[in-house]
Design a protein around this ligand. Structure first.
Ligand code: LRH
Length: 456
């Protein structure tokens, strides 16, 4: 086995990055080559992703990464582009935070929540692709669309010409049968969407083809749902762990081999997303650092570091439900948080640092609730909580999560998503071998982490 150098293109809700990874037996390192903003654009009242700018960012980043053996693309879930009969993109993908899905809830409810869960195993999120497609029926695009490609598959298509749907991201659409791991064609029929819109499914590790514009480097399907790649990059030993993939969202749960499709699980709004190597990511979405980022956007002059340092000196006074749908759209977040405190009849924060402390206490409690529910509903014992992603840098949030859970938190790597992306590519290229346990052992051996013990 030799050492390979591959590029992970990781598209997040706020920015995209291209990260070069060097992987071989006993070797795993990553370095950022390019970071570019991801700025949603509102036109005629609809919030879009500027997907051509993202594609250009990927091209620029890969060009800067030097000689490569592979390229893998991951992004946030659920959103898609529609292609016409010529393979041309029909308009910019609509952002999952756009309000168009408000119109879809009743139609999706008619499918029967219990039946939908039994088939797809997905938690109710108002922006799941099924809701977006129902909303899309009101417009003209669906009538002329021939293919639907999720965002990483769209980038892969532009790079290679290959059309397909990578399985981990396909599982977030609520259009996949989680038991058979195939498209849920009867569901598509019931919402009046032509099943041929959905391309053939492909597993992580499949080679899509060569990127003609980038020196014919092979493009390899990774866990193209960013959370799937992040969970590959969790440095856990054994199976008794929970993870918090903490960035814009906190994705909080455990890794299983089979979905949990019980009514209790549905009522707890747990999701069974598919992971790499046939695993199931049994988790709940918690609103995540979006709450903090939107506060900071409202306070352009504020220093994140100063506010976090001050928040750490404050007592925990106000805990609210961070998953209230009022927090989903962009806008004035501090005002919504203080309103939520009033409604919850908890002390209303009067300074910015108090708002930040309220956000972090509320997230820590939500992390605890989701971990306790995941353990109870799946029967999986949890002995340690791994916090990966950008949130692993937030020492106060990691400590508060350890305190709320009464469990040690191991924080890091911050770059879990990129690491998971490059590891799956490296394995496909034969540079490393084995299952997830072997890939995680390599992460453990090479990436620093910080441990937080719960304070009594
Ligand atoms: C995180 C994420 C999450 C989805 C959301 C839309 O980036 O992929 O897993 O629920 O974006």
């Amino acid at each position: 086995m030799t050492t390979v150098r591959v590029a992970a293109a990781d598209l997040g809700a706020a920015s995209g990055r291209v990260i070069a990874g060097t992987v071989g037996p006993g070797t795993l390192s990553v370095e950022e080559c390019h970071r570019f903003p991801n700025r949603p654009v509102r036109t005629a009242g609809t919030l879009h992703w500027d997907v051509l700018a993202l594609y250009q960012g990927v091209l620029d980043g890969v060009a800067r990464a030097g000689t490569l053996d592979g390229i893998g693309v991951d992004s946030w879930a659920v959103d898609y582009g529609l292609l016409d009969a010529d393979g041309a993109l029909l308009g910019n993908p609509v952002h999952y935070r756009d309000s168009r899905t408000d119109r879809a809830a009743d139609t999706v409810a008619e499918l029967g929540a219990a039946e939908l869960y039994a088939t797809t195993g997905l938690q109710f999120l108002p922006f799941n692709t099924i809701h977006q497609l129902v909303a899309e029926r009101a417009g003209a695009r669906l009538g002329v669309a021939r293919r639907l490609l999720l965002v990483p598959d769209l980038i892969g298509y532009w790079l290679t010409g290959s059309v397909g749907a990578e399985l981990t991201n396909a599982s977030t659409t609520q259009l996949l049968d989680v038991r058979t791991r195939t498209w849920a064609t009867p569901l598509l029929d019931r919402i009046g969407v032509d099943p041929s819109l959905l391309p053939p499914l492909r597993e992580p590790g499949t080679v899509l083809g060569a990127a003609a514009e980038l020196g014919d480097v092979p493009v390899i399907a990774v866990g193209s749902h960013d959370t799937a790649s992040a969970v590959v990059g969790v440095p856990a030993a054994g199976e008794n762990f929970a993870y918090v993939s903490c960035g814009t969202w906190s994705l909080v749960g455990v890794e299983l081999t089979e979905p949990v499709l019980t009514e209790q699980s549905r009522h707890a709004n747990f999701t069974n997303e598919l992971g790499v190597d046939g695993t199931v990511r049994y988790l709940r979405n918690v609103m995540g650092l979006w709450l903090l980022e939107e506060c900071l956007r409202t306070w352009p002059s504020a220093s994140r570091e100063d506010l976090l340092a001050e928040a750490a000196t404050l007592p925990a006074r106000s805990v609210i439900d961070p998953d209230d749908p009022v927090f989903l759209p962009p806008g004035d977040m501090p005002a919504r948080i203080t309103d939520a405190c009033r409604r919850a009849e908890v002390p209303v924060p009067s300074t910015r640092a108090e708002v930040v402390r309220c956000v972090l206490d509320s997230l820590a409690h939500a992390h605890h609730r989701a971990i306790a529910d995941a353990a109870r509903l799946s029967g999986r014992r949890v002995e340690v909580v791994h916090v990966v992603g950008g949130g692993a840098r937030n020492a106060l949030l990691c400590q508060l999560t350890a305190d709320a859970c009464g469990l040690p938190v191991v924080a890091g790597p911050v770059e879990a998503t990129a690491l998971g992306n490059v590891l799956v590519q490296a394995r496909a290229l034969g540079a490393v071998a084995g299952g997830l346990a072997d890939l995680r052992a390599l992460v453990r051996a090479t990436q620093p982490t910080v441990r937080y013990e719960p304070r009594v």
